[in-house]
Design a protein around this ligand. Structure first.
Ligand SMILES: [Zn+2]
Length: 267
């Protein structure tokens, strides 16, 4: 089955003891996952991410470059992101770089001031546009603010990662051209608005992810999450949408492809 995990933090999985690198990566192929995106959250993770994607390119591993809203995103850090992105894009490694992010606004944790988050997010949207890469967006307790900022640059190619809003909000993000990606929390019993959204999203804009090591899907909730557990989210969402896993996986594979620039489609 051609599954994809569009958002995972392999470095954090390894740090948290979810599994060793070889085990996590071997788990992809064993579970029919032919693509996984390793997402960075700060400049300190860039070199590892590139090396990791190189090591496992034959297993469909891609990576992103970005600064999470909870990470420091000042001029110095943004400069590093800009230079690293240019270096990769102008090299033979360009096909391994999937997008810019995760970037966005997190007004729940508030580890950085709102002004700092907005500035970092906006510059990353501009950087994604400059290189024609998808923007991977993290938005928590900041939907209106995220919409306002993203709206300035619409139409956009990108992903609302771990989408956790109801269908009215889903509509507004879809109108900007974005894809919505659902994580394991869509399987939680109390997640009704989220389930409503996952049922509502047109099938050409839907993606699934683990956000591993976080948000482990039912029935494995309570364990640390890992990329190969995305199969449980496929099973849940297929049932929610009244379709088969095969159909859903095919659609998601097509959707993911539309986010890859021409010529980057290596499968
Ligand atoms: Zn994440």
């Amino acid at each position: 089955m051609p599954y994809i995990d569009t958002h995972a933090h392999f470095d954090l999985c390894i740090e948290e003891g979810t599994g060793v690198e070889e085990d996590l990566v071997a788990g992809l192929g064993m579970n029919g996952i032919y693509r996984a995106v390793h997402v960075t959250i700060d400049t300190g993770g860039f070199s590892w991410a590139l090396a990791f994607a190189r090591r496992h390119a034959d297993r469909g591993v891609l990576f992103t470059l970005g600064i999470h809203p909870s990470s420091k995103g000042d001029d110095g850090e943004f400069g590093k992101l800009e230079r690293f992105t240019a270096g990769v894009m102008e090299s033979d490694d360009a096909p391994l770089l999937f997008g810019i992010g995760e970037a966005g606004l997190d007004y729940y944790r508030m580890r950085q001031t709102k002004d700092a988050q907005i500035r970092s997010f906006e510059r990353q949207i501009q950087l994604a546009k400059k290189w024609d890469l998808p923007i991977i967006v993290h938005s928590r307790d900041a939907a209106e603010e995220s919409l306002a900022l993203l709206g300035k640059y619409a139409p956009l190619r990108g992903i609302m990662h771990c989408f956790s809003e109801g269908s009215a909000m889903a509509r507004r993000f879809l109108d900007l051209g974005l894809h919505l990606s659902f994580a394991g929390n869509v399987t939680y019993r109390a997640a009704l608005p989220l389930q409503e959204s996952a049922a509502y999203v047109p099938e050409d804009r839907l993606l699934l992810e683990t956000d591993a090591p976080f948000l482990t899907p039912v029935p494995l909730r309570g364990k640390k999450n890992r990329p190969d557990y995305v199969v449980h989210t496929y099973a849940y969402v297929a049932e929610l949408r009244g379709t088969t896993r095969e159909h859903l996986a095919g659609k998601i594979a097509d959707n993911f492809k539309t986010l890859l620039p021409a010529g980057k489609d290596g499968d």
